[in-house]
Design a protein around this ligand. Structure first.
Ligand code: SF4
Ligand code: SF4
Length: 213
């Protein structure tokens, strides 16, 4: 017998917390981008066809919230594109290729169809960033190709360029994820999905524990 699944839903307060994290990311991004002089305007390398994997139930649930609010027609079109994406990406991965396929949320005008609900990676990709991992190790990310070109011309060395510290925002994200999963993150299967996977699979759901059936 199939076990009943329980949908993982963000409360209103948790949704607000995620929206606040996203806003802080955008503000941090804008500050660093403006100091460096990076703009996506006219960029030939649209990163919305990059193959990114996402890792939290919180973002998955928030994306699904946005999808549920769209008009039926639009949602169906997105689901159709997501199904195609999943098939194509599987084929490309099977051929040892890193998939490069337009995100199913990109609309015909080349704009994000769920801009307010786009994921962390969509908001952070581009500028240089730093992060201190829980084990104390420091990391630095150079930013996108366009950003690296600017940095190479403008700064003596890469480390001289301003960078956004992702650490506090990632900590806030981990705390939110923990609150969403009732402090039992370790008991839930790991999320490692593309946006298309999140759309095709439906809302996040897990097997209902015996005590709750
Ligand atoms: S983040 Fe970088 S690669 Fe992506 S569109 Fe903006 S400038 Fe282009
Ligand atoms: S969610 Fe939006 S911003 Fe992110 S890759 Fe898709 S279209 Fe681009």
């Amino acid at each position: 017998m199939n076990r009943p699944k329980k949908e993982i839903v963000l409360s209103a307060e948790q949704s607000r917390r995620l929206a606040d994290i996203y806003t802080a990311m955008e503000e941090g991004y804008d500050q660093v981008a403006s100091k460096i002089g990076l703009s996506c305007q006219g960029c030939s390398d649209n990163c919305c066809d990059s193959y990114f994997l996402h890792h939290t139930y919180s973002e998955w649930a928030y994306l699904r919230q946005g999808l549920a609010e769209l008009p039926e027609e639009e949602r169906k079109a997105i689901i159709g594109r997501a199904e195609k994406y999943v098939l194509e990406s599987r084929e490309q991965l099977a051929g040892q290729q890193r998939p490069q396929i337009r995100c199913p949320l990109l609309n015909e005008d080349g704009l994000c169809g769920l801009y307010k609900h786009r994921l962390l990676v969509c908001r952070m990709h581009g500028i240089p960033a730093t992060m201190t991992r829980p084990d104390g190790q420091s990391m630095r990310f150079p930013g996108c190709f366009r950003c690296q070109e600017i940095v190479n011309k403008k700064y003596h060395q890469e480390e001289d360029a301003p960078a956004m510290d992702r650490t506090p925002l990632f900590k806030a994200m981990v705390a939110l994820e923990s609150s969403l999963l009732g402090g039992k993150r370790h008991l839930f299967p790991r999320v490692k999905m593309t946006i298309a996977d999140m759309i095709v699979q439906g809302p996040p759901a897990v097997d209902t524990p015996h005590c709750e059936r």
